[in-house]
Design a binder for this molecule. Structure first.
Ligand code: ARG
Ligand code: ZN
Length: 413
């Protein structure tokens, strides 16, 4: 009897541990809540692990995009219809689109040595090589350091850039904490190129120093290239499911809100704060450089948001007016290029409450007053797969915003 039970349990474990890399039969819905009650119904779906919200069920008047696995579609649609929520099916079978997309991305070109191209999304190795080449070609202003090792053993690289005093105020930038948000490492790599290789931007590295981590979650990033385009988390194994949401894993009001204790959830906060080597690596950089860091920018996608703390409470930090005013200037600079508009506000107030984010920790514990999450524009089929042709236009306009940030730091510290 006991033997049989153990055997059955073992089988069940094997079945649920098996990695899900297929999105066969998954559908993507766009929902249009028209009042608070309908919004509440939609928000209630966030308690289902396997329902993946691609955009936030927060704002009335803005559609919410959500991916639903086959087994929940019937109840999902029945609930929508019961509550008279307008919806449409955006993608009928995610796996089919996934395959087509993979084909389109597989022809990634390698540019000339020492150069990197922004007409394709680059793999981790290519970005690593580019950083090494910069370190070799610009030894006076660039050095590259490994700040940690990912779960699967990839180096997490940080490039240090500066052409002025080593005492200059520091701007800390990261990208790619969420694996599927490809425009984030792409833009951050573009930023590195502009700072190092474009003479016109010399003043940006003479008056401030930069610490830039283009791919904070390399395992996840590679996994989105090889196996599952929509992977978000790290790749550290758990008993039931793989991965931790890096942006719920920081030790500041950890797990208090908007984070999951369930391993299989896309917003799993981890077994403990800083359970992940990737998040610990960023923590250690902040602790090492201390209050020389004056500004922290973490790039995500998508949704066009300039977010400042807090994500754990709807209360605002004391210096919210400073954070807001600077964001207003940055937004205007971005918009001046091609009219792209961003929403500005505290994470909780304009998006939703989610504790354990890097931005909150860097400000709350790291003591960096100016801390922002930038949600770059979406596009493509899922929002996370902005066509490669959009990398440059988005990077150009976003860089104008970063210039404003840089000038502020240079002028005020
Ligand atoms: N989309 C990001 C996330 O869900 C937003 C993070 C904003 N910051 C925060 N501390 N909640 O991780
Ligand atoms: Zn993200």
């Amino acid at each position: 009897m006991v033997k049989v039970a153990v055997f059955v349990l073992a089988i069940i474990c094997v079945v649920i541990t098996a990695e899900k890399v297929s999105y066969e039969g998954y559908k993507v819905y766009q929902l249009y809540p028209s009042d608070e009650q309908q919004l509440a119904v939609i928000i209630s779906f966030t308690s289902f692990n396997s329902i993946d919200f691609w955009s936030e069920p927060r704002m009335l008047g803005k559609p919410t995009t959500v991916m639903v696995p086959p087994n929940l579609q019937e109840i999902f649609v029945a609930t929508l219809e019961g509550a008279h929520i307008n919806y449409k099916i955006l993608i009928d079978n995610v796996e089919r689109v996934n395959n087509a997309e993979k084909e389109r991305q597989s022809t990634h070109a390698r540019s000339a040595p020492g150069k990197i191209s922004f007409t394709e999304y680059q793999r981790y190795d290519t970005i690593q090589e580019y950083l090494s080449e910069l370190a070799a070609n610009y030894p006076d202003i660039v050095s590259v350091e490994e700040i940690g090792t990912s779960y699967e053993g990839r180096g997490i690289s940080m490039i240090k850039i500066g052409a002025g005093s080593s005492d200059n105020p520091i701007i800390l930038v990261d990208g790619g904490i969420h694996a599927r948000e490809w425009i984030s490492p792409a833009f951050v790599t573009y930023l590195i190129q502009e700072l190092v290789e474009n003479e016109d931007n010399r003043n940006m590295i003479e008056s401030t120093n930069w610490l830039i981590i283009p791919v904070l979650n390399p395992d996840g990033y590679e996994y989105t290239h090889t196996s599952a385009r929509l992977w978000r988390k790290t790749r550290s194994p758990g008993l039931l499911c793989t991965g931790v949401d890096g942006n719920r894993n920081f030790d500041f009001h950890w797990m208090e809100t908007g984070a999951s204790a369930l391993q299989c959830s896309d917003t799993f906060a981890g077994s403990a704060p800083f359970s992940e080597s990737e998040t610990s690596a960023l923590r250690d950089v902040v602790l090492a450089y201390g209050d020389q860091i004056k500004l922290y920018l973490t790039f995500h996608s998508y949704g066009n948001y300039l977010l400042y703390p807090w994500g754990y409470t709807s209360e605002l930090p004391e210096d919210a007016d400073v954070l807001d005013a600077l964001a207003v200037d940055v937004e205007a600079a971005i918009a001046s290029v091609a009219g792209t508009r961003y929403t500005i506000g505290s994470s909780t107030n304009v998006l939703y409450a989610a504790a354990g984010g890097s931005d909150d920790w860097v400000k709350g514990i790291g003591g960096v007053a100016l801390s922002y999450t930038i949600e770059l524009p979406g596009g493509g089929i899922w929002g996370f797969d902005l066509p490669a042709a959009r990398i440059l236009p988005v990077s150009l306009e976003t860089f104008e915003g970063v210039k404003i940030y840089q000038r502020y730091v240079a002028d005020n510290f």
